[in-house]
Design a protein around this ligand. Sequence first.
Ligand code: SF4
Ligand code: SF4
Length: 344
Amino acid sequence: MVFQKNKLGLVRVTKSLFRLYILRQMVPLFVIWYLTNKCNAKCKYCDIPLREKKELPTNRVLKLIDEMAKRGVLRIGFVGGEPLLRKDIDTIISHAKNKGLMVHLYSNGFLAKEHLKTIKKLDGVFFSLDGPEKIHDSMRGKGSHKKVMNAIKLCNKYTPTFVTSVLTKKNINYISYMSELSKKENFLLNFQPVLQIPSLSSDISSYKLSETELKKCLTNILQLKKSNSNIALSEVYLKRMLKRNSSTQKKGYQLGIVKCWNGQAACHIDSNGDLFSCIHLNNKEKALNLKDNSFGKAFENVHSCSCKTCNVTCSVEYNFWLSLHPGAILNLTNMLKRIRRNSK
Ligand code: SF4
Ligand code: SF4
């Protein structure tokens, strides 16, 4: 975590955590920012490229980053669409890094080579890979497997590289394959069951895992994690997901397995600048737009999430960290040690 390497970063981390845990204030530690809806791929489960193309202009994005740094943000994850399609992406990432923020990028990898100089500045880059070529290309388009594999091999030399495998009915038999590949190529591996997100996903009913299939996958991942430290998901997450049932989904435990901190310590920004506590609520929450509102005002407008139950599993690890769960924190510490070792 680059922000911890300098004094300014340490002061910011301490201040932000003090405000969150001692003063019980809302502090936007983690921001997920959908910078654009444009994309050079067309994955079967995704409708993002079909959404409106309105984006915040460069000068507004840079000003908001300045404000975020002042408000105690620690980490920004830039998402799309394909964020590398924004002409100003190098400026945006460099600016966020200069402000001492931890910056991650979520990309399909098609343009990784062209942006390598900027990727080297990141604290981590996330690619998606759903299995071997035939499986991956059937979900994400012909030729996309080759492109993402090239990106993984290239970026892994310079930047902590994470690979997320979106679990659908098509690839549930390739979990061990992905685990072996993570060892061979030495990347950190996540699994994410395909999700139905309002206005962002296409109809996923034919790909979505049944509860039985999901539990089979989680059992498999848990087993593989014992001998593969490249699997980034924590044991506590996997075990709680396996035990989850409708009775554990109660208020204050909205994910069914842990408290959700969205709206209190994290938020999502849509490509047009609307700020939500969670992108999954983009059809429910009244967002303020960052074109005309300050980041602080828009964040204060969202409340710690009001949903009572949710099956969303993305971002769940940071909910465990923020809940100070020892197992998840130990898993994070091991992961950071591994990243540090690799970067020497
Ligand atoms: S999943 Fe990502 S890469 Fe695929 S179409 Fe959607 S935004 Fe593009
Ligand atoms: S939808 Fe789920 S992830 Fe989003 S705020 Fe609600 S509980 Fe949290």
